[in-house]
Ligand binder design. Structure first.
Ligand SMILES: *Cc1c(COP(=O)(O)O)cnc(C)c1O
Length: 338
């Protein structure tokens, strides 16, 4: 395969900018397992403050953050409810079951990405020794790049409250949602007990996620983080990248969204391509069967990286996708189908 020059595969591929690298190099550090790293402490306090929650925990990945979120709500033999295509159910190697001894209860998604409220409620188990104990409902927003309605999250929160369940948000790209909605992040996450946010996606940090939430849950998560091997020492070098991202890379997510819309509109001009209308920075493209192989080859030979082959693709815009990258891709596709 030719080298990728324009990398639309994921917003995880971003490389730290000069400014971010300078902030990392200058970071004041200490041993974070001892609670001594001032930069990690600053990041955790800042995230907790931004989201209007008690506390936060810096962790190596979104996968660990989601796992710790679920484990803070659930003990052995407990159960979580999540969407059939939720990242924390489908794309995290079964970690909740394997490492947390927590049973998943997946629920099918409706066409709009939500789960039917009646189905969620029907899946909550009664107190009966035949059943695992349902403890928490997990939502994901954005979901596949789509912004799910705040009214949906509120409705699920009401169900959780009625049944005494916890509520977790996989908000890997929560800032993409709040920028698209023009909403304050603390309002967006208000109903949730725990929230996971990735610094390493659209925010452009090389490593790291943060679990934010209620003090008792974050205390439990801190213990489990150590158990899972996620206790890092002079992690301020990494936390500094996260702080820099919060200062410089949140508002600019609007640029990614604008570029995604332009890319989607450009691609959709071609009959062979069926293109989703992006809410944020992710586009889903279906290529007509007879055109799929040629289209894969075109992108590959021209250094344009996308996720997926054989007619089903994901394109993602991010910090390292400029207007010129979008123009180059669209010109190439226009010439191909001309
Ligand atoms: C990327 C992602 C995660 C996991 O993050 P990693 O840092 O890759 O482990 C979790 N949930 C969603 C929705 C994601 O997109």
């Amino acid at each position: 395969m030719d080298a990728i020059r324009y990398d639309f595969r994921s917003d995880t591929v971003t490389r730290p900018t000069e400014g971010m690298r300078a902030a990392m190099a200058a970071a004041d550090v200490g041993d974070d397992v001892f609670g001594d790293d001032p930069t990690v402490n600053r990041l955790e306090q800042r995230m907790a403050g931004l989201l209007g929650k008690d506390a936060a925990l810096f962790v190596p990945s979104g996968t660990m953050s989601n796992l710790l979120g679920l484990m803070s709500h659930c003990g052995r033999g407990d159960e979580f409810i999540a969407g059939q295509k939720a990242h924390l159910y489908l794309n995290e190697a079964g970690g909740a079951a394997v490492l947390g001894s927590i049973q998943p209860q997946p629920i099918a998604h409706l066409a709009d990405g939500t789960m039917a409220l009646e189905e969620i409620e029907a899946a909550i188990k009664p107190d009966d020794s035949h059943y695992a104990r349902t403890r928490v409902i997990a939502l994901e927003n954005t979901f596949g790049g789509r912004v799910l309605p705040v009214s949906y999250m509120t409705a699920v929160a009401e169900i959780a409250a009625r049944h005494g369940l916890g509520l977790h948000l996989d908000g890997a790209r929560a800032f993409n949602a709040t920028i698209a909605l023009g909403m304050d992040i603390s309002t967006f996450v208000e109903p949730f007990d725990t929230v996971s946010i990735c610094l390493s996606k659209g925010l452009g940090a090389p490593v790291g996620s943060v679990l934010i939430g209620r003090q008792d849950l974050i205390d439990t998560a801190r213990r489990h983080r150590k158990m899972l091997g996620g206790g890092m020492r002079q992690a301020g070098l990494l936390a500094a990248a996260g702080l820099y991202a919060l200062d410089h890379h949140v508002a600019r997510l609007a640029d990614d969204h604008r570029r995604a819309r332009r890319l989607a509109e450009g691609l959709a001009r071609h009959e062979a391509l069926t293109v989703s209308v992006p809410d944020t920075n992710i586009i889903w493209v279906t290529v007509a069967q007879e055109a799929a192989e040629g289209f894969d080859r075109l992108l590959e030979e021209n250094g344009i990286g996308v996720m997926g082959r054989y007619g089903s693709q994901r394109w993602v815009t991010h910090l390292d996708i400029s207007d010129e990258a979008v123009d180059t891709a669209l010109t190439l596709v226009d010439q191909h189908f001309a």
